[in-house]
Write a protein that binds this ligand. Structure first.
Ligand SMILES: [Zn+2]
Length: 271
């Protein structure tokens, strides 16, 4: 199918140049999107894919992947979802209305780490602990792109070596919560982590619902900043790194599909 190149596992999912080409192809096939290079980090250009026009009457969505370089499935799952949904607008995506929505997508926040299978960036930093600091130039540049933006939903995609299934953080000021039904909908692809406590947090069927505040962590993750300043609903998905890569990729992609469908349905139903 045009626009969906065959990408082999596991080597090509770590090829950042190829990833950029795929996003460029996608943007070429969609006149409402643009790709920009907003910064350089570790010798790599960082890209953002955005709607050219921001229509306040349409849903606004923030998506990001690859902040930890040893987590390739989110990067691949995100581009695969986009290739199938945003690129050449198959009928299903037009029906979802996605073409008109406002998108801000960060396809890979740590390409240096992705190509080397290293969690940290080229300076040895865990980038996901600097969203309340001005220390990291690439995060400063990213924040300036997000300035003033409000998203109906923000999703940050991750993986975890300790996970025994997928799990999902839901940080939301919006009601009703969506976490339970999202977990249920993606479970057929890969079962949830069965633990009742994950990463120190109470969990049920893979869902961790967190209340976060400014003082609970010294270095804020991306999801905290999104919750504090930008998004009514913030989700962080984690797939288990020990699971087969194609299955993790499928789960990441499926999550995007079901979460975005929720936004669509919420628009249709009265508040
Ligand atoms: Zn991570």
């Amino acid at each position: 199918m045009a626009g969906i190149p065959a990408v082999s596992f596991p080597d090509q999912v770590r090829d950042y140049r190829l990833l950029m080409e795929r996003w460029l192809d996608l943007v070429k096939a969609n006149s409402s999107l643009q790709l920009s290079i907003y910064c350089e980090a570790g010798g790599y250009p960082l890209m953002v894919v955005e709607s050219k026009d921001w229509d306040p009457l349409q849903p606004s969505i923030y998506l990001s992947a690859g902040i930890h370089g040893d987590e390739p499935a989110p990067v691949e799952g995100l581009i695969r979802w986009a290739e199938a949904s945003l690129g050449n607008f198959p009928r299903r995506s037009i029906a979802q209305g996605w073409k008109e929505w406002n998108w801000q997508i960060f396809p890979c926040l740590n390409p240096w780490g992705l190509e080397r299978n290293i969690r940290l960036d080229s300076e040895g930093l865990d980038l996901n602990r600097f969203y309340n600091s001005r220390r990291v130039p690439q995060i400063n540049s990213q924040l300036s792109l997000m300035k003033g933006r409000e998203y109906d939903m923000a999703i940050t995609l991750h993986e975890d070596y300790d996970a025994r299934g997928f799990y999902l953080y839901e940080v939301s000021s919006a009601r009703p919560h969506w976490g339970e039904s999202l977990c249920r909908e993606i479970s057929p692809v890969l079962p949830p982590d069965p633990r009742r406590k994950i990463d120190g947090h109470a969990a049920k069927n893979g869902l961790i619902r967190r209340k976060v505040n400014q003082t609970m962590m010294k270095g804020h993750p991306e999801a905290f900043l999104l919750h504090f300043l930008h998004a009514d609903r913030t989700f962080t998905l984690e797939t288990p790194s020990e699971e087969a890569l194609p299955r993790r990729v499928r789960l990441q992609r499926k999550f995007l599909e079901v979460a975005l469908k929720k936004v669509k349905l919420s628009m249709a139903s009265p508040k």
